[in-house]
Design a protein around this ligand. Structure first.
Ligand SMILES: Nc1ncnc2c1ncn2[C@@H]1O[C@H](COP(=O)(O)OP(=O)(O)OP(=O)(O)O)[C@@H](O)[C@H]1O
Ligand SMILES: [Mg+2]
Length: 271
């Protein structure tokens, strides 16, 4: 028989599915900001933040909410292959497929964009944009200059790329930056509880008190991906004891020790 902790563990598998979206205080703020930005006559909008702060899920949520109302497109994993990328852009703009053996003529594409200016407003959501080359970004900027395509660019911030927004393609004045940050302790508390409650895991959710959240927060600093990893590992440990050595766990009380075991396993605590 499966352990009661098995479904709890699976709640914390990373997911950017819209059904798993939770309207947290900080996510609502970023979403409203983004929604407001796409209504403005901007050419580029930058969604910026460290890995695991919720950029992809935010872009997905926006896409799902507007896909029937707007000419909006989500590009998930970037193809670093320029040819393939412009084939995809070509399809979005012209609504036609180009035979795979042909090359998109970039200046024709720009002309096409100029032609549809004022007639259509296309929104392209580019996730993981740190993977695009500078040349591709430069071309994306040129397409954005035509004003018929608005790009929402999600970039992850790393220590060595702090200066990325200083790069040439982001120098144009008409862009806006939405910065996503790690969650606050309240966000994390809501996040953990709501995720479990969504799957009807009431007892488990009730056993996780503010004190436990405080401890988890100390290790993950409010990063959602790190929080997922930590909760997944906690319930994996619980599952193990539940199946193999039930006496070692108390189903009515969440264990500080198991939080710490998970932190050791994930390298948050060095022994
Ligand atoms: N508002 C939210 N509702 C539900 N889950 C969320 C939310 N924000 C973040 N998450 C969770 O955190 C994980 C990390 O979020 P996401 O993948 O969107 O981060 P990211 O900023 O795109 O990271 P990267 O820079 O590595 O691509 C998601 O898989 C999801 O499980
Ligand atoms: Mg992402």
């Amino acid at each position: 028989m499966d352990s009661r902790y098995y479904p709890a563990k699976n709640v914390f598998i990373d997911s950017i599915e819209i059904d798993d979206y939770i309207a947290l205080e900080s996510s609502i703020v970023s979403y409203k900001q983004l929604q407001h930005s796409i209504e403005k006559p901007l050419k580029m909008i930058l969604v910026f933040g460290r890995p695991g702060t919720g950029k992809s899920i935010l872009l997905n949520y926006l896409y799902e909410n507007f896909k029937y109302q707007k000419d909006i497109h989500y590009f998930a994993t970037p193809t670093t292959n320029e040819k393939e990328f412009f084939h995809k852009i070509f399809k979005v703009i012209t609504k036609k497929d180009l035979p795979s053996n042909t090359q998109v003529n970039f200046s024709t594409l720009v002309d096409y964009c100029r032609d549809i200016q004022g007639k259509r407003e296309i929104i392209v959501l580019l996730d993981e944009a740190q993977m695009y080359s500078s040349e591709m970004m430069e071309r994306i900027r040129l397409l954005a200059d035509s004003r018929s395509i608005k790009f929402v660019i999600a970039l992850h911030k790393t220590d060595k790329e702090e200066d990325i927004i200083a790069k040439e393609h982001f120098q144009s004045r008409i862009w806006e930056v939405i910065e996503l940050k790690n969650g606050t302790i309240d966000d994390i508390q809501n996040y953990v509880h709501k995720k479990l409650l969504k799957k009807n895991l009431f007892e488990i959710a009730n056993n996780i008190k503010s004190y436990h959240i405080g401890l988890i927060y100390k290790f993950t600093k409010g990063n959602y991906r790190e929080t997922n990893k930590m909760l997944f590992t906690i319930f994996e440990i619980y599952e193990y004891y539940d199946l193999n050595d039930k006496n070692k766990i108390d189903i009515n009380k969440f264990s500080k020790k198991i939080i710490e075991m998970s932190a050791i396993k994930l390298g948050f605590i060095n022994v």
